[in-house]
Ligand binder design. Structure first.
Ligand code: SF4
Length: 382
């Protein structure tokens, strides 16, 4: 199916974004997609020559957090994205039309085909109990209708990707993600709670530049954004390796920016580009602000017992692992308190280092297994 585009006059386009801003935007997108600098020209040519992509944006069992993230994105701004790249024909939160007119706009776009379907929120399979009905239609009906003529589907946020918060135990609405229902269309997931709008924009830019969705992992997440563990790029990683951990909220280690692993951080098992893209114009991100990663880009994150402290003493290096030399600098009282004396520091650092190696290895093995197996029918890793 050919992509349906909406065209603008040159005057309209130039009034939306200056040339300098446009080139800066192309540069940002090339960086987000992890493409070489030479691809900036390719992106700028593709975006300058192509018209806007029509979008139908469904909100199902959601909190509108991903819409909020999209509307408050600042680099690029939502206005730049909406006016220059996308033509959002239907979005309950931002469209001017309402009621019958809004539904007519959606139906007209669906009938014309060739649009991108963005889905925010999970889908309730418990249709008999009337969960998530809009205009008398169930979320299953709404999704299937909108998916029918879409060229591709982008599920934004953990809810649309994997069921998210509505799917948390005991999953009262029998919630699922988009890929659990739609099997005959390309589905790309941009999980997160909320999703990072830079990743949505970069996906659309890739789609326009190369005519295809970006390379995905076994959970349908774009590799450019979900190809690495948060732990591998975390600014607190040095403290993890040195065995320097926050032990209590507000303690000295917390003030000094130590590793949050002991406070339940899920960075070692979570794939996301948060550490590099960050939020609010790259100002900060949860770990930067002193909060552990909650694993919001992984299936079932709400049931991960995020705030359960980890017992560091349980981590001991394997027997064949080479001995670890403790850091030469002075051991702080905090470090000593963590591990119970000098010997404890050595064991603690060794454990941390061994765990560091194990998570890398486990992460790689898990990815290999995931690639072989793919997600199960609920989007969970097998
Ligand atoms: S455990 Fe969390 S805070 Fe510590 S280095 Fe890893 S990602 Fe960063």
């Amino acid at each position: 199916m050919a992509i349906q585009t909406h065209t603008e006059t040159d005057a309209q386009v130039s009034s939306m974004l200056s040339r300098r801003d446009f080139l800066a935007f192309c540069s940002l997108m090339a960086g987000a997609l992890a493409l070489p600098k030479s691809s900036e020209e390719l992106i700028s040519k593709a975006l300058a020559s192509k018209a806007r992509v029509p979008v139908v944006w469904l909100e199902l069992q959601d909190c509108a957090g991903c819409s909020e993230a999209f509307l408050r994105s600042s680099a690029p701004t939502a206005a730049e994205v909406v006016l220059d790249i996308l033509s959002v024909d239907y979005h309950e939160t931002i469209m001017a039309a309402s009621g019958k007119r809004a539904e007519e706009a959606k139906e007209a776009t669906i009938a014309a085909g060739g649009y991108l379907l963005v889905v925010e929120g999970s889908i309730s399979l418990d249709e008999d109990n009337g969960y998530c009905c809009i205009g008398g239609k169930s979320s299953v009906q709404l999704l299937e209708e909108a998916a029918k003529n879409a060229i591709a589907i982008v599920a934004v946020g953990n809810c649309a990707s994997f069921g998210g918060l509505p799917k948390a135990n005991p999953n009262p609405t029998n919630a699922v993600g988009v890929m659990d229902l739609i099997k005959d269309k390309p589905v790309l997931n941009i999980p997160g709670c909320p999703m990072n709008p830079v990743n949505l924009t970069a996906t659309v830019v890739h789609f326009l530049t190369f005519g295809a969705l970006p390379e995905m992992d076994a959970l349908h997440r774009p590799m450019f954004a979900f190809g690495h563990l948060i732990h591998d790029n975390c600014e607190r990683r040095g403290h993890f390796t040195a065995g320097e951990f926050v032990r209590e909220w507000g303690d000295e280690g917390h003030r000094l920016g130590y590793c949050l692993y002991k406070m339940g951080c899920k960075g070692p098992m979570t794939y996301h580009n948060c550490p590099s893209v960050r939020f609010n114009e790259g100002t900060n991100w949860p770990i930067g602000a002193g909060h552990p990663c909650i694993g919001c880009s992984e299936p079932g994150f709400w049931d991960l017992e995020t705030y359960t402290p980890i017992e560091l003493a349980k981590f001991t290096p394997p027997e064949q692992y080479p001995g670890i030399v403790p850091p030469e600098r002075e051991i702080t009282p905090l470090g000593a308190a963590i591990t119970g004396g000098t010997l404890g520091v050595v064991v603690g650092a060794a454990g941390a280092f061994a765990y560091d190696m194990m998570t890398r290895q486990a992460g790689n093995e898990q990815k290999t297994e995931d690639a072989k197996l793919g997600p199960d029918e609920h989007g969970d890793q097998k």
